[in-house]
Design a protein around this ligand. Structure first.
Ligand code: NAP
Length: 331
């Protein structure tokens, strides 16, 4: 007998951190999942494989800059929900690739919403919006009504996409939501992002006398959370009676320095291994930012009370287990 599905969801950016955890969550709710990727190859299944869900997903190649490909895909699978997670997601890279970042992160969203409006206006749409849009904030905590002052090409692209979503909701009645997520981490975070870099490098090199950890500004403060819990909020947003935008965050900020100090202490690494390197400084950066998650908790019933040091404990363990397994395989 064929599988009985509750709904069909299309997830763009499925090969990324959130795509993997969201897939796992939706599969547990008996969704049929169409995973959208630029080009389908073994490498972009690695995060799904790690969660053991790769064989349960139908992978589809689609260029999100080409609206006809999107229209064909929506016609083929007739999704109930679309989660748009695909983006050039690195703030740092956006300073060296501003045009590519701004072009893709805005036009892809416009194409998806326009395709929905034209051929399947009952689709529920989730957009991966970002706290980076608020940038130079004067009043904390951030709420959805905080004025935006983006400080990077990435933040500009996400702010534009955010308003496109609001406009399709208000002007065309599309069920479209922005999930304004603050930094969230996991073992599956792409290499190069701050927390992943600190954990991965320190775990691998803690006994290497020649290694140092090179970082940029570490006295800035961020509101960090845990990806597997944040994807639950994405799903909750699309189940609400009315489409709306929500801030998803822990509600507290900590310095990047305190993360390094915590990881070094846990792994018994001297603080002398920390090197501030100007090459890692950004042209502009947010000093301190944290959000208000009360509406997500009260209106959506989202539950989150993890302290980021608890998350770090989980991640240190996962990195150590991963290294142990690799060493056993290579022995
Ligand atoms: P991620 O691991 O970097 O994954 C993003 C995915 O987008 C990639 O796997 C890639 O998939 C696709 N992609 C990247 N550049 C693309 C391009 N130029 N054209 C087409 N596809 C492209 O990101 P994530 O951490 O899971 O985050 C998911 C979404 O949430 C992103 O939109 C990100 O900007 C946003 N966000 C993340 C955070 C966070 O802290 N993680 C916070 C706020 C917002 P393919 O190569 O397979 O196509």
């Amino acid at each position: 007998m064929g599988k009985i599905y509750t709904k069909t969801a299309l997830i763009t950016g499925i090969s990324g951190q959130d795509g993997a955890y969201l897939s796992k969550l939706l599969l547990s709710k008996s969704y049929k999942i169409i995973g959208v990727t630029r080009s389908h190859h073994e490498d972009n299944l690695s995060k799904l494989k790690r969660l053991g869900v790769d064989s349960d997903i139908i992978m589809e190649e689609c260029d999100l800059l080409d609206i006809s490909s999107i229209i064909n895909m929506i016609n083929k699978y007739k999704p109930d929900e679309i989660y748009n997670l695909a983006a050039q997601s690195s703030v740092g890279l956006s300073f060296t690739q501003p045009i590519g970042t701004i072009n893709f992160n805005i036009v892809s969203v416009l194409n998806l919403l326009e395709a929905i409006r034209i051929i399947k206006p009952d689709v529920r749409f989730y957009q991966a919006s970002s706290s980076e849009m608020y940038g130079k904030v004067t009043n904390l905590p951030v709420t959805v009504n905080t004025p935006m002052h983006p400080l990077s090409p990435y933040a500009i692209s996400k702010a534009s996409a955010h308003w496109i979503v609001v406009n399709y909701r208000e002007s065309y009645g599309v069920y479209a939501c922005n999930g304004v997520l603050f930094n969230h981490e996991s073992f599956l975070r792409s290499n190069g992002f701050f927390v992943k870099k600190v954990l991965q490098e320190t775990v691998r090199n803690k006994n290497n006398a020649n290694w140092v950890l090179k970082v940029g500004s570490i006295d800035i403060k961020r509101d960090f959370g845990y990806s597997p819990s944040y994807v639950e909020a994405m799903w909750l947003m699309l189940q609400a009676e009315k489409a709306d935008d929500f801030i998803i965050c822990s509600g507290k900020s900590i310095t990047l320095r305190s993360i390094i100090e915590y990881v070094f202490k846990k792994l018994d690494v001297s603080i002398n291994k920390l090197v501030i390197d100007n090459d890692f400084m950004r042209p502009t950066d947010i000093e301190d930012i944290y959000g208000d998650n009360t509406p997500a908790k009260t209106k959506l019933g989202w539950q989150y009370d993890l302290d980021f040091y608890q998350v770090l404990d989980l991640l240190i363990k996962e990195e150590l287990d991963f290294l142990d397994r690799k060493e056993v395989v290579n022995a």
